[in-house]
Ligand binder design. Structure first.
Ligand code: ATP
Ligand code: MG
Length: 242
């Protein structure tokens, strides 16, 4: 299997706060890599660096064989990196359909007709067809998460970055998100999935990386990671800090 993404010795500090010290990992083609780690571990920061929102102080990001550290956010999106945001970002007054359509049209050369077809296809995939005409601002959380995933799919990503799309949902809703992610994976998309919920990590990922203390402390199959004493130590330590 070929790695679609390789991250080497990635580091970033904000002032004196060294959030990522040296992070190293890869994502294979068609794989779902889960990322877990305590609050403030730098998981979102890592996604922001991969998508180009933040600039790393050092390290390499190789996407499809090319170092992308100097590429802009839009260039990375065009190359095939899509992402969701931890706090969903929809145009509140626009309908669900218009939101998806806006994402499809944004930065892409696509005819009106093709854009409409694609927007409908995405609505179906994220199971929002019945909400197509509702204002995005009126959606409940599960549907906001669906819309967030749909918007990220608009650029046809080869690598999809998910930031806590299952956070705050009920068990039944988490299962619906798991189904959607499985469908996306089934289309050959590689995925990095940040989540706190153990069930999503166990059922929805192929491998899990534990990010803590600025480093990739452990990366292994979900079973091995959950058995590891390192995970316990990290989370126990985090609790004692509170
Ligand atoms: N743009 C920024 N400028 C300064 N500090 C930042 C910036 N972005 C993140 N940080 C800091 O980096 C640290 C890691 O934040 P991050 O949001 O990546 O954590 P996280 O692992 O995603 O946590 P959570 O599980 O709560 O989402 C925090 O201390 C945060 O305050
Ligand atoms: Mg976060």
């Amino acid at each position: 299997m070929e790695a679609i993404l390789k991250v080497k010795d990635l580091g970033i500090a904000f002032g004196g706060n060294k959030v990522l010290d040296s992070v190293n990992f890869y994502v294979n083609e068609g794989e779902v890599l889960g990322i877990m780690g305590p609050n403030g571990a730098g998981k979102t920061v890592l996604l922001n660096i991969i998508s180009g929102i933040l600039k790393a102080d050092h390290g390499e990001i190789i996407f499809l064989g090319q170092n992308i550290l100097k590429e802009s956010i839009t260039a990375r999106t065009a190359m095939g990196i899509g992402r969701t945001f931890q706090v969903p970002r929809a145009f509140e007054h626009m309908s669900v359909y218009e939101n998806i359509l806006a994402s499809v049209v944004y930065g892409q050369k696509v005819s009106e007709k093709a854009a409409a077809v694609k927007a409908r296809e995405i609505l179906k995939l994220v199971k929002l067809e019945e909400r197509a005409n509702e204002p995005a601002g009126k959606l409940r959380l599960i549907n906001r998460k669906r819309l967030e995933i749909g918007a990220a799919l608009a650029s046809d990503p080869k690598l999809l970055l998910l930031d806590e799309v299952a956070g705050g949902l009920t068990n039944a809703e988490v299962n619906e998100i798991l189904e959607i992610v499985k469908t996306i994976k089934g289309r050959g998309v590689s995925i990095i999935w940040i989540e706190h919920i153990i069930q999503t990590l166990m059922e929805g990922t192929d491998r899990i990386m534990l990010l803590a203390n600025g480093r990739d402390l452990l990366t292994d199959t979900p079973e091995e990671v959950m058995k590891s004493s390192i995970v316990n130590e990290v989370y126990m330590g985090a609790e004692e800090d509170d």
